[in-house]
Design a binder for this molecule. Structure first.
Ligand code: SF4
Length: 311
């Protein structure tokens, strides 16, 4: 397979920056927003304790005290990107950003979209937290704005979702993807490589399944062990193996080769808080990981999509 000309980038996969430049003809950046949401997998609505890798502290901003208004967060984000971006996507990132009554959600999203040069929304949430009325609201926005929903999934295997205490199953994910399909909302799915109990085959099955669904984007990262999490405790007791860099790089390349060439790769590395970071050490050097992935694809002489539709 030749490199798709539409990517117009110097990478072996279709990165988000290039996708937005191609779509809008300018530089677009996400502005991270903490709107004060919680998570049903932490507050007892679905489960308590959260996913085993979740530190539960929320954004750095939340840790500093009372959250600034959304407009204030957007203005300071835009200031940070002065000269680097022309348009912005309001990225509701912290916890579950659809976990509130519809009227409240509308107020929150409207506040972001009323800011100058904010051309869309990216909303991080869970597959079990998108009722029909929320999808309808987002679909209304999608008629006028660029809208993404980011679904935390991590794995397509129920045994893994149970082990990591996701509090939802794979069928709920399929149902939500089906409900979102055709609404004008772009779907991005988050997956983790290196989850406990998962074989290479399990990971590749996750990639094949996602490749067959109407999904426009993906975020991939390695499992991180953080202090104060159930996984961190397992790691400190020697009860879990953390993936090695070479293995991660190789599996990311395998996954990229399986995914369709038009799927936007939104992330290939993890962001862990340095103050509670336990492992793996190599994940702290994001640039090195990205370079290693590109080098490995070069060595293989493959691209994202090389093995798309291979079974
Ligand atoms: S769904 Fe997200 S916010 Fe909720 S517990 Fe899991 S990782 Fe944490």
């Amino acid at each position: 397979m030749a490199k798709p000309a539409v990517w117009k980038n110097d990478k072996r996969y279709y990165d988000l920056k290039s996708y937005w430049r191609n779509l809008f003809g300018c530089n677009v950046h996400k502005l991270q927003i903490d709107a004060g949401f919680t998570c049903p997998n932490r507050d007892g609505h679905v489960a308590t304790g959260g996913c085993i890798y979740c530190d539960g502290r929320g954004s750095k901003l939340r840790q500093q005290g009372a959250l600034p208004r959304i407009t204030t967060q957007i203005k300071s984000g835009k200031k940070y990107y002065t000269g680097k971006a022309d348009k912005f996507i309001a990225y509701f990132q912290t916890f579950t950003n659809t976990y509130a009554p519809i009227d409240k959600l509308k107020l929150i999203y409207d506040e972001a979209l009323n800011e100058e040069n904010v051309i869309g929304l990216s909303i991080g949430t869970r597959p079990d937290c998108l009722p029909a009325e929320t999808i309808e609201l987002l679909s209304d926005y999608a008629r006028k704005y660029h809208v993404w929903v980011e679904l935390g999934l991590q794995s397509i295997h129920d045994k893994t979702l149970q082990l990591i205490n996701r509090g939802h199953n794979v069928q709920q994910f399929f149902d939500t993807v089906k409900a979102l399909d055709g609404t004008g909302i772009n779907i991005c799915v988050h997956i983790i490589i290196g989850l406990p109990g998962e074989s290479d085959k399990d990971i590749l099955q996750t990639a094949h399944t996602l490749a067959s669904l109407p999904i426009s984007g993906i975020k991939i990262h390695s499992l991180l062990a953080l202090q104060g999490t159930a996984l961190g405790e397992m790691y400190q007791k020697g009860a879990v193996n953390i993936i090695l860099k070479d293995k991660y790089v190789s599996l990311v390349c395998d996954v990229l080769e399986i995914l369709p060439p038009q799927m936007v790769i939104q992330r290939l590395t993890a962001d862990g808080y340095r103050d509670i970071f336990l492992a793996p050490d190599w994940a702290a050097n994001k640039l090195d990981v990205l370079n290693s992935i590109n080098r490995e694809l070069q060595r293989r002489d493959t691209y994202q999509g090389t093995h798309y539709q291979d079974k």
